[in-house]
Design a protein around this ligand. Structure first.
Ligand code: AMP
Length: 492
């Protein structure tokens, strides 16, 4: 079995890895790190959860330990599709570079340019950015990319989904051709292959097979939801959700509730809140500061239930989630694997419940085809709407704002992020419908630069939390409130 010490990493990097407690490298680390250290371009085909972040951060830290950063000329660049993933990469850098002095800046939307400018002005070894914010800095003349020695593109397939490929191409062209490139993608769509052929130099291809199965440690169930007519379907689902949560009792320590649409995230949030649950929400329309609070609250067990959209929750590394609830059956089968994979991590046990209306059965069939197995059905009668148990309603030390503030309309980046979240589904559909075309290219062009996704905030490292300027929008009246109110009235 390969050990970290066999990979060629410096003692300082190895010491940090040892402190984190990793015993052996994951397959992608084992395959990618030696090539990256040897200066080769790497094309890594792997998705989140495989340990790929350490796969590129460890060799980068090793290599960047020598040399010094110059003002406004970062030495390395990591591009991630969303804020939350960029922040996660930054967190990894902090963790693994504790014995090596490296300056880092995280350029993501929702945070003031001024603080980011200051860092860049001083000179950084590592720049971690979402493509939109990076180009904004570049266009403002605050940044030069001609000193980039190593460039990483993380989650390229999601960049494609989000229409970022033109931005990525532009960024590649702004960096010197002598750079080393580490490029990661879960899938190799034709557009991605084209980019790698154009910008990578004789890359070493390393591949970790795509996860198309769910872990054995996750107990999965489908809960059939029946409603008298389409109008009351949503309410039937909310009743059922509360019933299932209540039935789980203290076995449920924390859970993520996935909805297919942002509007349903809002509705479920309000509904759960009305019933006294300790709950927060994550989707692209929500104010960045709120998202940070919610995620940190969820990680710290200050809140128990997280209602989220797929885009918001992708790539989040939250250990110890006891339950996942699919409020909707995901339309894309891979999303099911991803959602369910939020629980039962690292060999722990977990439970995943999928609420299914009759018209959603067709999506379930596709999921079962993908995971090559039947998900057991369970009949639960949603009698009286249930109240959450004490565990589910606890709200500990840190109070999360009672309402989920939406982004201000004036904040360009946040607004486009929200739009993009809606577009992602459409673009994906296009891509699936016409495999012979290059739908994403079209999607990317059509959306243009001003429609950049800025992603979502996951855990943000301490240095990012200094003096952040975000303005929570005043609470707006939404139809959501009405929907949740009707739940309340019914319960009364
Ligand atoms: P990633 O795919 O980079 O998002 O990593 C997924 C999870 O695996 C993170 O929680 C990492 O901390 C963890 N991880 C990364 N490398 C290792 C390793 N060699 N051994 C154990 N856990 C790891």
């Amino acid at each position: 079995m390969t050990k970290f010490t066999d990979l060629g990493l410096s003692p300082k990097v190895l010491k940090a890895v040892n402190d984190v407690g990793y015993e052996t490298p994951t397959p992608i680390q084992e395959a990618a790190i030696p090539h990256a250290l040897a200066g080769r371009d790497v094309l890594g085909i792997a998705q989140t959860g495989t340990g790929k972040t350490a796969g590129f951060t460890l060799p980068m830290i090793h290599k960047l330990a020598r040399g010094r950063a110059r003002a406004r000329m970062p030495r390395s660049l990591v591009l991630a599709p969303t804020r939350e993933l960029a922040a996660q990469v930054a967190e990894n850098f902090e963790l693994y570079s504790k014995y090596v002095k490296l300056d880092m800046a995280l350029l993501i939307g929702g945070v003031s340019f001024k603080d980011q400018d200051k860092l860049i002005d001083r000179g950084v070894d590592v720049l971690i950015a979402t493509p939109g914010r990076l180009l904004d800095h570049f266009e403002r003349g605050k940044l030069l990319l001609t000193g980039i020695e190593i460039m990483v593109v993380d989650e390229a397939d999601r960049m494609l989904d989000m229409g970022f490929i033109p931005d990525i191409e532009r960024i590649f062209k702004l960096t010197p051709f002598t750079r080393q490139t580490l490029f990661f993608s879960a899938t190799m769509a034709p557009e991605i292959t084209r980019i790698t052929q154009e910008f990578l130099s004789n890359p070493e291809r390393v591949e970790v097979s795509r996860q198309a199965t769910t872990s054995d440690t996750i107990e999965q169930k489908v809960v059939s939801v029946k409603a008298q007519n389409r109008k009351v379907e949503a309410k039937a689902k909310r009743d059922m959700l509360r019933k299932v949560i209540a039935d789980e009792g203290d076995a449920l320590t924390n859970a993520i509730i996935f909805c297919n649409r942002k509007v349903d995230v809002d509705i479920v949030l309000k509904s759960m809140k009305k019933y006294g649950a300790s709950v927060g929400a994550l989707h692209g329309d929500l104010d960045q500061r709120y998202r940070m609070e919610v995620l940190n609250g969820f990680k710290n067990n200050d809140i128990t239930l997280l209602v989220a959209s797929d885009v918001a929750a992708r790539g989040l590394d939250i250990p110890n989630v006891s339950h996942v609830f699919n409020y909707d059956v995901p339309i894309h089968s891979e999303d099911y694997v991803h959602r369910v994979g939020r629980t039962g991590r690292a060999g722990r046990s977990g439970k995943a419940f999928t609420l299914c209306l009759p018209h959603e059965e067709k999506y379930l069939d596709k999921i079962e085809e993908l995971i090559k197995g039947k998900i057991p059905r369970t009949e639960i009668t949603a009698s009286e709407p249930s109240k959450p148990t004490e565990t589910h309603s606890r709200s500990r030390s840190k109070a999360i704002k009672p309402d989920a503030p939406k982004v201000e309309a004036a904040k360009k980046e946040d607004v486009v992020e929200s739009k993009r979240e809606t577009q992602v589904a459409e673009v994906r559909k296009l891509a699936r419908n016409d495999k012979n075309q290059r739908p994403q290219k079209e999607g990317g062009r059509k959306q243009g630069n001003h429609n950049r996704v800025v992603g979502l905030g996951d855990h943000v490292p301490a240095f990012m939390l200094r003096d952040i300027r975000t303005t929570a929008a005043p609470k707006t009246e939404e139809p959501v409130a009405e929907e949740a109110k009707s739940d309340d009235e019914n319960a009364a």
